[in-house]
Design a protein around this ligand. Sequence first.
Ligand SMILES: Cc1cc2nc3c(=O)[nH]c(=O)nc-3n(C[C@H](O)[C@H](O)[C@H](O)COP(=O)(O)OP(=O)(O)OC[C@H]3O[C@@H](n4cnc5c(N)ncnc54)[C@H](O)[C@@H]3O)c2cc1C
Length: 533
Amino acid sequence: MKKEFSRRTFIKSLGLGVAGLAAIRSPAAIGSLAARSEAIDVMIIGSGFGGAVTALRLAELGIHTVMLERGRRWPVTREQNTFSSLQDPDGRSAWLSDVALLGEAKPIDKYIGVLELVLGNGIASLAGAGVGGGSLVYAGALYQPSRALFKSIFADSVDYHEMDAIYYPRVRSVIDPQPIPFDILARPEYAAARKWWQLGRNAGLRTKLIELGVSWHAVWEELQGIRKPSVIAGEFWYGNNSGAKRSLDRNYLRHAERHGHLEILTQQNVSAIRKGPDGRYLVLVDEIDTDGAVLARRQYVVKKLFMAAGSLGTSRLLVKAKAKNDLPELNDAVGKYWGNNGDFFSSLSGFGRHIKPNLGGPVPVAIEDPFNSLLPTTVECYADWSLEGETGTISSVGMSVPPPKGRFIYDKTTDDVVLNWPGNDPDIQRVTQAGEATYHRLANAWGLTDRVSPVRPGHCLTHAPVTASVTAHPLGGVVLGRATDNIGRVRNHRGLYVVDGALIPGHTGCTNPALTIAALAERNVERIINRDF
Ligand SMILES: Cc1cc2nc3c(=O)[nH]c(=O)nc-3n(C[C@H](O)[C@H](O)[C@H](O)COP(=O)(O)OP(=O)(O)OC[C@H]3O[C@@H](n4cnc5c(N)ncnc54)[C@H](O)[C@@H]3O)c2cc1C
């Protein structure tokens, strides 16, 4: 395995001319490379939260593991220029798109950038791509749901007491998230966050500082002009150039690689999973160039396969495998029970000129409205880069507890899987109404009744269908206890596991989901290792 990978790297480092590249990309050339097949004991597909937790726990036990990731590595450079900026996007910002995804649809070069947009019916979803997955683009919010709301996700099938005592702290011990320190909160750049705090308190709602996976020391250096303004300037959706973000490549994955048993292969886009010989799995992979062109096709024969390609990636691969009879024993729950975490967006205005909505990131303060008469909600203020130059407005993202009515369906004509979200369903519309009720409560308590902008299920995307709602928190599709057993082992498939957000039915109880995804992976992988290895 190692040998072959370094051979390819060596060939690349020789530098192929344009003609050479064209030759290797031609279908004939790909065909001639297609038959190569390798046996692997343990493989993980995807390097986000679920994949990174799994990788570390396997590596600690000396279990050699190969991780396939479709994107590239994104090391933060001394020059602080690793990522594209939001204001001036280039190909690094988006996964194989020729227009920028956020804000104006500016043309960009097609590249294997960090943020993917997946358009479905009635929903547009965002997800991370690259080593570290969603942690490359996330706002760093590591938010634990309350006991009551956790029960609304898993009922009693996952013990909250155990999660609270063991697995949430285990994730924190690796990423070390911290709430914003008061000396930073007191800075002029964080005026909107302070106001958000006061708003919540005034309205009689629970208001808290969110634990964030950022280095506040680095943020302090941004404020001092020692590092590039990045977190403080609302840069996080395309990555943080200052190095403040504690993405997984800098903790879980780094620790796993240091153990010496994890091999991460980048630019490996898994296209299919099939039943292989002797109860093993065939994993079909396109090795891609930085513009997405296929350089080679590979096939792995795998004994134990962990799916960690995220809710969208894992669900799409397994729904396709079932529809095409590649894994015909997958049960009927595969592809179902998906939700958008109840994401909605709005803003409040009328706060005066000292409030600069584009400053003071990422998402320092949350207001919880658990007793909202429609549905519980949480609303978090965030630094909104798109409002540069404006004053007096605070942008926020909200979350709730939507019913998991989304479904992935295989389309034979396009040979693709499409996500369907019935946005007009009255149960789903209640989320928007609940969001409106929370915002009006906040505005009324501050005497700003007319200053609530309409609550939108989504924004930021200029070229997505206007009816689509947008989520940065896709969840579900291969749900725990339905498509898998209670620890993520896929039913009827020995040695096939799901360890990512696909396990969670639709929401994480009015919180950002990454902490719960990681903690659930800690719980499940511990049990899987004990029982199956
Ligand atoms: C802009 C943005 C901001 C966010 N902010 C927050 C936040 O502040 N807090 C929070 O809790 N959550 C946040 N999220 C959500 C969070 O990032 C996700 O919930 C989380 O990353 C999901 O973890 P996962 O393990 O399920 O999958 P992911 O982290 O999505 O990882 C999946 C990995 O699999 C790879 N992959 C996918 N398909 C394939 C394939 N076919 N072959 C090979 N590799 C593949 C992907 O490239 C990716 O690296 C945010 C998301 C976005 C998009």
